[in-house]
Design a protein around this ligand. Structure first.
Ligand code: CU
Length: 179
């Protein structure tokens, strides 16, 4: 699904939620003649739901353009890294790399990680040298997740497994360099 259709889908779901809320309000009005005694309370509740719906819609509209996934342009990625996760190892190979030694990735370029699992589900988490999680995706058997990331700073980055996969899960890590 491309970012535009994902955005439209999100908007439609948001509208559906808002309309459903309004429908429930209208319906509860019809079915509660006893509400006359609590008119003020019901009015306040209705107002609350209307304001809440409007706030949610406004928030949704304002943030639609900032949907995190789909912004990165996989088609324009200049560097592709194949990532195979298995118990308890990360195999990371840059497509077209001459030597299969240490993985070196260029800084300030879109890098596309093609992440899959060879045995069970793993979590591919990329951390900077200070231990901050930068980006992540699942490594699933039989499926390739594409994750595009642009490393602004050169340095050593760490890959840790984010999904418990067995006894040695905490030891499932590797590093790569960005230049
Ligand atoms: Cu794991």
């Amino acid at each position: 699904m491309n970012p535009t259709s994902a955005g439209i889908l999100t908007l439609l779901v948001g509208l559906l939620v808002a309309l459903t809320t309004l429908w429930f309000i209208a319906r509860s009005r019809q079915q509660e003649p006893a509400a006359q005694a609590n008119q003020g309370l019901y009015k306040a509740r209705t107002l609350y739901f209307v304001i809440l719906s409007l706030c949610l819609l406004a928030g949704l509209t304002a943030t639609l353009g900032k949907v995190p996934y789909g912004q990165a342009d996989a088609a324009n990625s200049q560097v592709v890294v194949n990532v195979n996760a298995s118990m308890y190892n990360w195999e990371m190979v840059k497509v077209g790399a001459e030597n299969a030694g240490e993985l070196v990735i260029p800084a300030q370029k879109d890098v596309e990680f093609r992440v899959t699992g060879l045995d069970v589900n793993h979590g591919f988490g990329v951390y900077d040298a200070d231990g901050h999680l930068l980006t992540q995706t699942q490594a699933m058997p039989g499926y390739t997740n594409r994750l595009v990331y642009n490393f602004a700073q050169p340095g050593v980055y760490h890959v840790l497994c984010l999904e418990y996969c067995g006894m040695m899960h905490p030891k499932m890590n590797t590093t790569f360099r960005v230049e």
